[in-house]
Design a protein around this ligand. Structure first.
Ligand SMILES: Cc1cc2nc3c(=O)[nH]c(=O)nc-3n(C[C@H](O)[C@H](O)[C@H](O)COP(=O)(O)OP(=O)(O)OC[C@H]3O[C@@H](n4cnc5c(N)ncnc54)[C@H](O)[C@@H]3O)c2cc1C
Length: 453
């Protein structure tokens, strides 16, 4: 049994935990980062599969993500634009495939009118929401009682308009069905990205990637910490008492510290034995937070064949198994990569069939957008975060109906020496790496000011 002492112990070597650790070090405090896995990065994982470099987890950077952009600059990482030349593809309610440019899907004129109107309604509402405090909106409780699906039904009778608007938040972001989260939760998601229009604009929200992969962020942050990052150390106990905390891992390490930061998905708190238990409000709250679920699908071809047809690789349909797809070709790679996403109920359904059938159905869906060549990739890979013990879903966590207004204000409140930091509790940058960095900075700043008080 090894025992060490630090000012702050951080549980989780994802973007949030490693940011916090570096900030604390800079402020002159000693740290230890305990990571359950045998690698750092958490939901950032750049891996090589059958010779292809794949972003198994997070990858895109958007222009408003200042915290992430500052970190990329600080680490000397370069970015490049997602390929977007040519037409996008939309598949409508009755399976009709249409090529289009711009942001609004090629739908019937009256549906288009409704989509444009709903975007404006949502933008106006979102502008009233402070992403860091959505529960302070004057109608927060009311908006949190109604599912996003029911709210959309109140707004329009046009099914295809509703399906498309829902897609931007449900399938594409929270990765839960639109009946499973509230209108307030939907507004938070949009406010965290600046506006609802930003979510509609793939060229904004999925603007750039990092040369060599986004996992370099946690890898380089961890490098700066050297021996203070401990891998394969799942924390099982957090004991708090006079003068701080004692944190124990399955790997046989005990860390005594003044503070602990839990820097992982909130759905994993129950895995830890808190002595004494967390206050009842936290215990209750944590039961109302759950992970979304999405399969990120990578298909690598000998060349980006869709470009030859004048297609950008960008494709959407609320009616397809893969509800969105993009050209995900790596920087400087002559091969072509498509990435597709299969969300919530579609993902559930596909995990009930064999791996071969799942692959066949997903590639069939991609072929609806890009033609039969899409069915013959050289490399095929499904990121399955639902099967990962230390994440348990993707992309991130959100509240069930009513949870955000009821508990949101306490989400980030420390419990004595226990602080919390994760992308899943961010305002700006919520569910994104940018939010993880912001939360890491915030937890570190709160500890530093407590120490200096
Ligand atoms: C498929 C996918 C695609 C995504 N795409 C994007 C994107 O394009 N752009 C974007 O900005 N974001 C994207 N995201 C979201 C982004 O990756 C996450 O929001 C962010 O990386 C979360 O960082 P974090 O540090 O808060 O948590 P995590 O990355 O989850 O890190 C938490 C760490 O804690 C560890 N841990 C958990 N429990 C314990 C324990 N008991 N003891 C010790 N260690 C523990 C975990 O192993 C993990 O390493 C995506 C996510 C996924 C899964």
């Amino acid at each position: 049994m090894d025992e060490i002492t630090r000012d702050v112990v951080i549980v989780g070597a994802g973007a949030a935990g490693l940011t916090a650790a570096n900030e604390l070090r800079r402020a002159g405090l000693s740290v230890a980062v305990l990571e359950a896995r045998d690698r750092v990065g958490g939901r950032l994982w750049t891996d090589v599969v059958d010779g292809a470099m794949l972003e198994v987890g997070g990858q895109w950077v958007s222009p408003d993500q200042d915290a992430l952009k500052e970190t990329l600059a600080d680490l000397g990482l370069e970015t490049y634009s997602r390929y977007r030349e040519g037409d996008s593809v939309y598949i409508g309610r009755h399976g009709e495939r249409t090529r289009f440019t711009g942001e609004i899907f090629p739908v019937a004129p009256e549906t288009e009118k409704e989509i444009v109107r709903l975007i404006a309604v949502l933008d106006e509402l979102v502008a009233q929401v402070d992403p860091d405090r959505p529960w302070e909106h004057p109608d927060a409780e009311e908006l949190d009682r109604v599912s996003f699906e029911a709210w959309l039904e109140q707004q329009t009778e046009d099914q295809e308009a509703r399906d498309n608007i829902a897609l931007f938040i449900a399938g594409a972001m929270l990765t839960k069905p639109a009946y499973a989260f509230s209108a307030l939760q939907a507004l938070l998601m949009a406010a965290s990205a600046g506006s609802f229009s930003h979510l509609v604009d793939a060229d904004f929200i999925l603007d750039e990637r990092v040369v060599g992969g986004l996992q370099q962020v946690p890898l380089l942050l961890a490098e700066r910490l050297g021996d203070d990052v401990f891998l394969e150390q799942p924390v099982n106990t957090v004991q708090r008492g006079e003068g701080g905390v004692t944190v124990v891992t399955d790997g046989g390490l005990t860390v005594r510290a003044r503070f602990v930061i839990l820097a992982h998905a909130p759905v994993l708190y129950p895995w830890i034995d808190f002595q004494p238990p967390l206050p009842r409000l936290k215990q209750q709250m944590h039961q109302h937070i759950s992970m979304g679920f999405v399969i990120k699908v990578h298909a690598v071809y000998d060349r980006p064949f869709w470009r030859e047809q004048g297609l950008s690789g960008t494709a959407f349909s609320p009616y397809e198994i893969s509800h969105e797809a993009y050209d995900n070709t790596n920087h400087g790679d002559e091969r072509g990569t498509l990435v597709g996403f299969v969300s919530d109920r579609n993902a559930d359904d596909l995990f009930r069939v064999s791996a071969e059938e799942r692959k066949a159905r997903i590639l069939e869906s991609l072929s609806h957008y890009f033609g039969p060549e899409a069915k013959e990739p050289l490399v095929y890979f499904e990121s399955d975060w639902g099967a990962e013990e230390w994440t348990r879903g993707a992309y991130a966590a959100s509240f069930d109906l009513g949870g955000l207004a009821r508990y949101g204000a306490d989400l980030r409140t420390p419990v004595g020496p226990i602080h919390f930091a994760c992308s899943d509790m961010a305002g700006a940058g919520y569910q994104h790496v940018d939010g993880a960095i912001r939360m890491g900075r915030l937890a570190a700043a709160n500890i530093v000011s407590e120490v200096r008080a």
